[in-house]
Design a binder for this molecule. Structure first.
Ligand code: HEM
Length: 334
């Protein structure tokens, strides 16, 4: 059947238009990426295949004049923009420990008064763990235990890491960073680059971050020992009930020399970081579920005035998010 279609396309002079699509699909199929998550973490029916453990929250965002100077996006107009949020723990297990050295994450859906939406999903590390979409599945597969030994094959893991040393950078960062004491005391980075465009059509590439108002607070080893595996959601509920959790939304401004297409490489600290607004979380769901659950935080849903960069990792995200959404929404409820 496939041969017939290709032959027909070639006859119609369409082969050259079709081949790149076919080639691309073979490089990094989203099903393979999601299957690799299931291979490592098990098939967790009805849960997200990545960042399975999380809590829904909501609040609002207020943009400032610096934001309006850099981008025409309606979210910066100074009005309160309602936000649906989801805080989560990295990995594909809904039972992941809140004490683990994985990332924490903050995903947001902004809905401006003009109906425009902005979806973004950010992690508590300034870099991502792979630089190319085609490495995503392999990164997970070489860490997946071999059924015969119960352990990953050390030779495969070493060969992949030696060939792609950038895939060790995030784990190195997380190993040194203290475990966050609260979902509201971690920094959350976009890792991918985006382009801001203002009313004069001036362009500025940025990476953004949500910075907790009280600064990063981590746990000491003694505090870690005294805590149960589940504490983050309740801690956030108590904190928000007592007055809310606030983050500064900041962007790091790229220099013309900075690469925009590799989220494993952080930009130099010398690049300016400027605040464009504040995010306030003022409600947390009492239990599992809530408005965030049916959303997939596709990072290419952007308001006018924010454009995606050409980062292949960023451009590859919507497809596996859709696959995971499709699986979890059609499986038996939790
Ligand atoms: C090729 C690269 C990537 C793949 C294959 C991938 C895959 C996935 C999948 C399958 C989900 C679950 C989606 C759902 O069920 O709604 C997800 C969620 C998520 N991803 Fe990615 N991802 C990639 C890149 C990134 C990057 C670069 C970041 C860094 C900021 C990131 C951060 C997140 C976060 C925070 C969530 C949870 C969002 C939520 O709470 O719903 N991902 N990812």
């Amino acid at each position: 059947m496939k041969k017939t279609i290709l032959a027909a396309a070639a006859a119609a002079g369409l082969a050259s238009m079709m081949l790149p699509v076919v080639a691309q699909a073979q490089v990094s199929p989203p099903e393979t990426q999601v299957n690799a998550l299931e291979g490592l973490f098990g098939k967790q029916a009805s849960f997200r295949r990545s960042h399975a453990k999380g809590v829904c929250a909501s609040g609002y965002f207020v943009g400032n004049a610096v934001g309006r100077g850099l981008s025409t996006a309606s979210v910066f107009n100074g009005d309160k923009v309602p936000v649906v949020a989801r805080f989560s723990v990295g990995g594909g297990s809904p039972k992941a420990s809140d004490k683990g050295k994985s990332v924490r994450a903050l995903a947001l859906q902004f809905t401006a008064a003009n109906g425009e939406q902005w979806l973004t999903a950010n992690i508590s590390a300034p870099m991502y763990f792979v630089s190319k979409p085609e490495h995503f599945a392999t990164f997970l597969q070489v860490r997946t235990p071999d059924p015969a030994t119960g352990k990953p094959d050390p030779a495969k893991l070493k060969a992949f890491s030696d060939a792609n040393p950038e895939t060790l950078l995030q784990a190195g960062y997380l190993a040194k960073a203290p475990v966050p004491a609260s979902y509201a005391s971690a920094n959350y980075w976009s890792t991918n680059a985006f382009e801001l465009v203002n009313a004069k059509k001036e362009s500025q590439f940025v990476r953004w971050q949500f910075v907790p108002e009280g600064g990063f607070v981590g746990l000491t080893d003694d505090q870690l020992k005294s805590l149960p595996d589940e504490f983050l959601a309740d801690e956030l509920r108590k904190r928000v009930a007592a007055g809310g959790a606030t983050f500064d939304f900041k962007v790091q401004l790229a220099d013309k020399t900075d690469q925009l297409t590799d989220p494993t490489k952080v930009w130099p600290d010398s690049r300016p970081v400027v605040p464009l607004g504040k995010l306030v979380i003022d409600k947390v769901e009492a239990g599992l579920g809530g408005a965030c659950d049916k959303i997939t935080f596709n990072p290419l849903v952007l308001p006018k005035g924010i454009n995606p960069s050409k980062d292949p990792i960023l451009l590859a995200r919507p497809a596996p998010y859709g696959v995971s959404l499709g699986r979890r929404l059609t499986e038996a409820a939790k």
